[in-house]
Design a protein around this ligand. Structure first.
Ligand SMILES: C[S@@+](CC[C@H](N)C(=O)[O-])C[C@H]1O[C@@H](n2cnc3c(N)ncnc32)[C@H](O)[C@@H]1O
Ligand SMILES: [Zn+2]
Ligand SMILES: [Zn+2]
Length: 434
């Protein structure tokens, strides 16, 4: 942490070599998505590519070894988030993957696993999580990324996949965690205010919570002590197409609307008409780099907010504490439009309960660094992404005022990610539509 030189840089190397670059306990948080098992190739020239092992077991061992290599570089109070997907045994591979075409020119079928029936899911995420636990990582949450717009599947003998896992591990029982809240439902606030969970209406039992507990909760809501519900572990987030194009010849990024500036020409190659993109700056068509496996920025905003502090003392590593004071207006009072008359009628009460609009309690927040270091500089916490890809983690960190460091093995992607992470805060904001 002290004088960490690699803030906001992308290191083009295999993440297994991390200790060459980063010292002990320098990183606050890890957020990543490794190459999935037997899904795609990120570098055709790499004969030892992660994800292309013959067996799931070999893949898991190699992947977990990377996390073990990173472990000493992580602070003991860090949080680790890993988004990882599954694959089917013996599943046919798309013709677009040249590596598998070479490997299996006969049938374009990937190597199959002994011990797993053909067509069965390999349970890659579960095996990975178990191996991490065996190696001492503490699995605190399984987050389900529910894709609200999943890629349509051609399968007609099973259900379409519409979720992926994101595992949340820690190294210790106690760790840094800035609890995240979702707004209380209007119905919860009204129920608290008007005691609508009385013996009569709910027979003293609502959602498995006894009446005494309900009264205690409602007191806390009314006094402002409870400001929201603890965030749940199913997150509905759309997959996101890449919104930028990068020309490696002249190191130019075309982002958002700027993509329309790229000159598109139809050319004939061997009698076939092909659409070619020409870079406005260098006027060449051979430098565009694309990454096909990005995660959405929205998926990683919550992990960054929860697990990477926004301010840390650069001398001793003390994390700034956020103190919430309870003198804000209560959730109930913040719903101005509700008036008590409505509740004189049974119908009015029901309508308001149905409305279920979200609202937050306003509150006073004090932020403080409790250390006595002299001449300290207050700097953001650092998130590492060992499989940096196109740099989504870096862009999200910049947006939220945190620092990052990324490892990316493929030089084209490392160069692209480095460049795109320099893009502005406003651009990410537009992209997120916040
Ligand atoms: C699933 S992608 C990550 C995408 C990224 N989350 C994004 O949003 O752009 C995995 C990346 O890891 C890189 N990679 C694969 N093996 C690696 C290794 N051993 N060390 C560092 N990077 C590696 C690949 O080149 C690929 O870009
Ligand atoms: Zn160019
Ligand atoms: Zn200090």
């Amino acid at each position: 942490m002290i004088d960490f030189k690699l803030r906001n840089s992308v290191i083009c190397d295999d993440a297994i070599n991390i200790q060459k670059y980063i010292g002990n306990e320098e990183i606050n948080c890890l957020i990543t998505s490794p190459p999935y098992y037997q899904l795609r190739s990120y570098d055709d020239s790499d004969t030892n590519e992660l994800g292309h092992e013959k067996t799931v077991g070999e893949y898991i061992d190699k992947l977990v070894n990377i996390f073990l290599a990173i472990k000493p570089c992580m602070r003991k109070d860090c949080g680790i988030y890993v988004n990882i997907g599954d694959s089917y045994n013996g599943h046919r591979v798309g013709y677009s993957d040249p590596k598998w075409k070479v490997a299996k020119s006969d049938s374009f079928v990937k190597p199959t696993q002994s011990g797993i029936p053909i067509k069965s899911l390999c349970m890659v995420p579960e095996r990975f999580a178990l191996k991490m636990i065996e190696n001492g990582f503490i699995l605190r949450s399984i987050i389900i990324w529910h894709k609200i717009n999943p890629v349509p599947s051609s399968a007609d003998d099973r259900y379409s996949n519409s979720f992926e896992y994101m595992y949340f591990f820690t190294l210790k029982k106690d760790y840094y965690f800035n609890q995240q809240f979702t707004p209380l439902k209007k119905s919860s606030i009204i129920r608290a205010k008007y005691n609508t969970f009385s013996e009569k209406t709910n027979e003293g039992n609502f959602a498995g919570i006894d009446l005494e507990m309900q009264h205690r909760n409602s007191d806390k809501i009314n006094s402002g002590e409870i400001i929201g519900a603890n965030m749940k572990n199913v997150w509905q987030i759309a997959t996101q197409p890449c919104n930028f194009m990068y020309c490696e010849n002249c190191d130019t990024v075309y982002i958002g609307k700027e993509r329309s500036k790229i000159i598109k020409k139809i050319e004939e190659i061997d009698g076939i008409k092909v659409k070619k993109n020409y870079c406005l700056k260098c006027n060449r068509n051979d430098g565009f780099v694309q990454h096909f496996a990005q995660f959405p920025i929205k998926l990683i905003l919550t992990p960054i907010k929860a697990s990477c502090p926004d301010a840390v003392c650069n001398k001793c590593g003390t994390i700034r504490k956020t103190i919430y004071e309870k003198q804000g207006i209560s959730s109930y009072e913040s719903i101005k439009e509700i008036n008590t008359e409505q509740f004189n009628s049974e119908q009015g009460k029901k309508q308001s309960l149905r409305a279920d609009r979200e609202c937050f309690m306003r509150q006073v927040v004090k932020k403080n660094i409790e250390c006595n270091c002299e001449n300290k500089e207050i700097l953001p916490g650092i998130v590492i992404d060992p499989f940096f890809g196109s740099g989504t983690t870096g862009r999200a960190c910049k947006f939220l005022g945190r620092d990052f460091v990324g490892f990316e093995k493929n030089p084209k992607y490392a160069k692209m990610a480095h460049r795109v992470c320099q893009e502005s805060y406003n651009q990410v904001q537009k992209e997120l539509d916040l």
